[in-house]
Write a protein that binds this ligand. Sequence first.
Ligand SMILES: [Zn+2]
Length: 143
Amino acid sequence: MGIEPFDPQFDANWLKKGLAGRKVSIKQALLAGDVVVGAGNIYASESLFRARIHPKTQATRVSLARCERLVASLQQTLTDALESGGSTLRDYVNATGEAGAYFTLHAAVYEREGEPCKVCATPIKRIVQGQRATYFCPSCQKV
Ligand SMILES: [Zn+2]
């Protein structure tokens, strides 16, 4: 069972260990919920963008340094969402990854296909992974 993003145990080593041996992309590994809980579809897309990790990157190939960035991004994205008015994790990241108010207003990539990246102005791309839409910046996010 995964742990919450603010659990003191949740760090780069935990994430790296949780990704070991998985034959899926990092995006799908996050959504699976058995490494970190609550990472819904939108939250996962936004956190990967902040960490500059391409969503198709094989889970096993995410280095420890990138795990560190991803842990920080998951925590920061959640902090921002909570500060903008929510009281619980579930307000923002429910099981189906529905948009909370925060993501509707502030999404950097989610549902922004074709719109300019807020960092580099490259058009945002949309792909489907495990039947879920993923949005990312092909320039900022590297495999
Ligand atoms: Zn970009």
